[in-house]
Design a protein around this ligand. Structure first.
Ligand SMILES: *[C@@H]1O[C@H](CO)[C@@H](O)[C@H](O)[C@H]1NC(C)=O
Ligand SMILES: *[C@@H]1O[C@H](CO)[C@@H](O)[C@H](O)[C@H]1NC(C)=O
Ligand SMILES: *[C@@H]1O[C@H](CO)[C@@H](O)[C@H](O)[C@H]1NC(C)=O
Ligand SMILES: *[C@@H]1O[C@H](CO)[C@@H](O)[C@H](O)[C@H]1NC(C)=O
Ligand SMILES: *[C@@H]1O[C@H](CO)[C@@H](O)[C@H](O)[C@H]1NC(C)=O
Length: 523
């Protein structure tokens, strides 16, 4: 009898605990989704005009960036650009030449624009730029946008992880190591066809000597200075272009001259894989993949990060809880492979999981997310293993065992460390942030709209184009002839129905199942 009561009591305690946990999870999730900030109310204060002789281009960041407010106190322009452009407070968006909206904290936004296109029609000359670093799948979910079509008539420019954006965000990029370039030119006596851009500022600057317009004069001196600075910084980062792989022939040729890679050997029979993960319910279903991978013989996946702390506290070193890079580096020395699994499977959605954590040069990243062709287009050549190359998880496991046993096969995936440097400075638009881009485009449009077609005006228009040409920034939606942009249909450009091929967000039941069965099995 006592046993029976005890049993029932334990059982009830467990189910009570389970229900409570579920409830708390649900509430905290719900709260995080619906925590709606107050929209910015337009500020109708008349701004002091500032310097009447030089009207700066003004930019607002209408929403915060990951919770951090951007306003007139933000220090976002360098010393050159501070003299020709300014950041306003978000409340002053009516007066800005251009506005940035980050989709991540979009909740502030709809109340302003929702279905009120009359505002947009009234302020047509404003340039609106949409900034997104999440996958279409997740940004749709977090902004709870059924009506994303409402935004279609709103934005001129985009900055996202897609290379088709006006400003392509890529956390890092790669360049050929300077010592490799030296090898190619000196030892191998090959001329290589990597030509750095190097256009000097022409003598035409004289045409501003007698210029009476303070606007044109100031702009000329600042743009020239900025052009020089950017050119120097670009040549320093990418003396032989960035993100261009060496040809296979050349890599073959270089082989005898390269320092050998000594891989760390752990165990020949057990494949050691690390996984840092913080989002426990993904669209991509990566947790199920890991669960299956782990059940393969001789495969060991150690899990670090937020999800692991639910069940397993002692396993994760304290400093690794948040997956800080330094801890990761140290930790990765104990592994031969690393899972860089994205939370969504979407077009070109390749994030810091690959760039910051994955390609460390210590363990080989195994990637899941964007398609193979997209990794080929964006990632460092031969630096990763794509799960789509294997029809079944068994085949992947088999391949991992093969690489684990054969060092010459294993180090093929680390060969890039001999050839390339990786860094934020080498990414395709490293020197083109949203703010300075809008600054330049604002002046471009203003110059373009001028009535007199003077030499000076032509010179300045050309100079701005050259600034973007330095690194071949494409700005596909900006038309340099008309100084206008075409409309971005966000519902087509950034739409999970078009760009993604994974599952919808797991339902409440599915998440409960994951939480109690899948994740508990993983630890
Ligand atoms: C839409 O915006 C205009 C001004 O931009 C305003 O006059 C009008 O009241 C707004 N309409 C709605 C429905 O909010
Ligand atoms: C490299 O090539 C140049 C001409 O192409 C030749 O004069 C020179 O001797 C070569 N040097 C070596 C080390 O082969
Ligand atoms: C500037 O003006 C001076 C005197 O008016 C003239 O001699 C000179 O040629 C002008 N320079 C240019 C570059 O137009
Ligand atoms: C490892 O792979 C290479 C081919 O890259 C092969 O020649 C060699 O025999 C393999 N070694 C072992 C121990 O299987
Ligand atoms: C930006 O987009 C708006 C809205 O579609 C459009 O009317 C306007 O011409 C564009 N602005 C510029 C400066 O190109």
């Amino acid at each position: 009898m006592i046993m029976y009561i005890l049993k029932r009591w334990t059982c009830r305690k467990i189910s009570l605990f389970a229900i409570l946990t579920l409830f708390i999870c649900y509430i905290s999730y719900y709260y995080s989704i619906t925590k709606v900030n107050q929209p910015y109310i337009p500020n109708i204060r008349i701004r002091s005009i500032g310097n009447i002789l030089f009207k700066k281009i003004s930019v607002v960041h209408y929403t915060t960036t990951f919770g951090k407010r951007t306003d007139s106190h933000s220090d976002l322009f360098n010393t050159n650009l501070k003299q020709i452009c300014e950041i306003l407070d978000p409340e002053e968006y009516l007066y800005a030449d251009s506005a940035i909206v980050s989709l991540v904290d979009f909740v502030r936004f709809p109340s302003l624009v929702n279905k009120n296109i009359s505002y947009r029609n009234k302020y047509q000359s404003q340039l609106w730029l949409l900034h997104i670093e999440e996958s279409p799948r997740n940004s749709y979910r977090t902004v709870q946008m059924n009506n994303i079509i409402d935004l279609d008539d709103w934005f001129n420019l985009t900055t996202t992880l897609r290379p088709e954006s006006d400003l392509h965000i890529q956390y890092k990029g790669y360049r050929i190591k300077p010592e490799i370039i030296n090898l190619i030119t000196n030892k191998l006596n090959l001329t290589h066809n990597y030509h750095p851009t190097n256009s000097k500022i022409s003598k035409e600057i004289n045409i501003f000597k007698n210029e009476s317009s303070i606007y044109l004069k100031t702009l000329a001196s600042i743009l020239n200075k900025e052009f020089n600075d950017r050119q120097n910084s670009y040549l320093k980062a990418c003396p032989f272009t960035c993100n261009q792989p060496l040809s296979n022939d050349l890599v073959q040729f270089l082989q005898p001259y390269l320092k050998p890679i000594i891989p760390h050997i752990l165990s020949r029979d057990i494949v050691h894989i690390a996984w840092f993960v913080s989002n426990c319910d993904s669209h991509s279903g990566r947790e199920e993949y890991v669960s299956k991978l782990r059940s393969q013989p001789g495969i060991r996946v150690d899990i670090y990060g937020e999800c692991s702390s639910i069940f397993n506290k002692h396993f994760v070193p304290i400093q690794c809880r948040k997956g800080t890079p330094k801890c990761m580096e140290q930790t990765l020395s104990n592994y031969r492979f690393y899972l860089a699994f994205e939370n969504s499977k979407c077009d070109t959605y390749i994030t810091e999981k690959y760039w910051m954590q994955g390609v460390s040069g210590r363990a080989i990243p195994i990637v899941l997310g964007a398609k193979r062709e997209q990794y080929q287009r964006i990632a460092v050549p031969n630096s990763y293993i794509h799960v789509d190359n294997y029809q079944t998880i068994e085949q992947l496991a088999h391949e991992l065992h093969r690489l684990n046993k054969n060092d010459s096969e294993y180090i093929k995936y680390l060969q890039w460390t001999q050839l390339y440097d990786l860094g934020g400075d080498y990414s395709p638009t490293a020197r083109y942030d949203m703010y300075s881009t809008l600054c330049f485009l604002g002046h471009y449009q203003r110059l373009h709209a001028m009535q007199e077609y003077t030499k000076q005006r032509t010179y300045l228009l050309k100079r701005i184009r050259q600034i973007f040409d330095l690194e071949n920034v494409r700005l596909p939606n900006f038309n340099w002839e008309t100084a206008r942009t075409k409309l971005i249909k966000i519902s087509e450009f950034h739409n999970p129905k078009v760009n993604c091929w994974d599952n919808d967000y797991p339902t409440f039941l599915k998440r409960a199942y994951n939480f109690f069965f899948l994740w508990s099995k993983l630890f």
